[in-house]
Design a protein around this ligand. Structure first.
Ligand code: GLU
Length: 435
């Protein structure tokens, strides 16, 4: 039997990382077994499942590299089949019409639970059981004639030939009902695997209030799709050794459901940030360059190819999220940077700084060659000779030419800006802060 898994989201306009993790696990499981990964869009709630919401979902999947192997099945196109199945169940005496919400609310169709204990072997949680007395008949077609989630979900899984249903453990209660439906419909049961919840530090379901929770937020905040993918894979699963940064191939190779943890998985955004940094470091030069070009264009900072050649080495190992690129580059490409007020107060507006800057101006004007090693020697000599200490020399100079106290290494920055620009910026700052 060839493995077929699916991702069956209900598009709402946001894609929560918990849903995406389920998609990733289904994708990995299918790839591991050389099977198929399918998409089913559960878009029966027409108010929420707008074309934009569906587009958000598809873009999130594309960004994470989760391609489906067949065309998506849109649940809303299957209503006739769902209703026909409900009719069939009624003919078999396995479903019946009744008033559910009290007299006058109209008749719906209810599924008759078989009246026995239902047990199944969950691929992640082990044996799960629910006693007959705790299960009641349930609605499968509303009084307005629309099919209910349970019926649609099961029928579509049968239609798509799904062999493994991997989803959040908030669906366990549904699964008992679904198993009864499968049996009533005479269909073979898939294997079920229920994933533990993703929680915050207090053990509560992880939500927007705890930090970024939607895939689109991570993208907007400069995370790489591959980094988020890797992070989510490890949120509730481990390869069984201490590997953390893993290639797609390695993940596919190692992914087995038995290694999924059955208890809740806690989000650690710091770890994701670390991982994102590692992934950015691993980007090829061409990818980093195109990310830089894009970030600058969004920030409306113009840069020629020669400028990119000069600037990229300065920021290459400092970028932790792609959103840091433009702010890091700005002062290198334009002179309309702001001066950080705190830095100015702390390091610039100090006794003796104006004299230091005047001395540095002379040295920088006269130094034979304006390259980083020469400048480095020059500044070191000056620090030593003047007895002022690095803290009284480097930060003021840096603030004058960049507006900030921190940033890429100073001497390579001076080299890239060039002598004329450095002198111009020094003069401007001195005039602004001291005259
Ligand atoms: N649309 C349901 C959800 O998003 C489907 C659950 C499932 O069967 O995977 O929760």
């Amino acid at each position: 039997m060839s493995v077929r898994t699916r991702f069956a989201p209900s598009p709402t306009g946001h894609v929560h990382i918990g849903n995406m993790r389920a998609a990733i696990y289904n994708w990995l499981f299918a790839r591991h077994h050389g099977g198929a990964f399918l998409l089913r869009v559960e878009d029966t709630d027409r108010e929420r499942s707008t074309p934009e919401a569906i587009d958000t979902l598809l873009r999130a999947m594309e960004w994470l590299g989760l391609e489906a192997d067949e065309a998506p099945l849109y649940q809303s196109t299957r209503m006739e089949a769902h209703l026909a199945a409900a009719e069939r169940l009624m003919e078999l005496g396995l479903a019946y019409r009744a008033e559910k919400g009290g007299a006058g609310s109209g008749e719906c169709v209810l599924f008759r639970m078989p009246g026995r204990t239902i047990s199944f072997e969950d691929a992640i949680k082990g044996t799960l059981t629910k006693a007959a007395e705790n299960m009641e008949d349930f609605v499968i077609v509303r009084s307005n004639g629309t099919p209910v989630f349970h019926l649609a979900n099961v029928l579509d899984d049968i239609e798509q030939g799904v062999t493994h249903v991997i989803r959040g453990d908030d669906h366990i209660e549904n699964t008992y009902r679904h198993i009864a439906l499968y049996e009533a419909l005479g269909a073979e049961l898939p294997v079920f695997g229920h994933l533990p919840m993703i929680v915050n530090g207090q053990g509560k379901p992880y939500s927007k209030r705890d930090g970024d929770a939607f895939v689109g937020d991570f993208r907007a905040n400069g995370f790489l799709g591959d980094a988020l993918f890797n992070y989510l894979v490890l949120l509730g699963w481990s390869p069984g050794d201490d590997r953390e940064i893993m290639s797609r191939d390695e993940m596919v190779e190692a992914f087995v459901l038995e290694k999924c943890q059955s208890s809740a998985a806690q989000v650690d955004l710091k770890k994701l940030s670390w991982m994102n940094y590692e992934y950015i470091l691993q980007l090829s030069d061409a990818s980093f360059r195109s990310a830089t070009r894009e970030a600058l264009s969004v920030a409306e900072i113009a840069a020629t190819e020669e400028q990119l050649d000069a600037v990229i080495p300065l920021i290459r190992e400092r970028v932790k999220t792609l959103t840091e690129i433009a702010p890091l580059c700005r002062f290198l490409l334009r002179d309309d940077y702001a001066y950080n007020e705190k830095a100015v107060a702390k390091k610039l507006l100090k006794e003796g700084v104006q004299e230091t800057l005047a001395a540095l101006r002379e040295l920088l004007l006269e130094v034979s060659s304006f390259d980083a090693p020469t400048l480095n020697r020059l500044l070191h000599d000056y620090v030593e000779r003047s007895g002022k200490g690095f803290g009284a020399v480097m930060p003021p100079l840096r603030i004058c030419i960049s507006g900030e106290q921190g940033g890429p290494d100073l001497c390579p920055v001076l080299e890239v800006l060039g002598r004329d620009e450095v002198i111009r910026r020094l003069d401007r700052a001195v005039e602004m802060f001291f005259d």
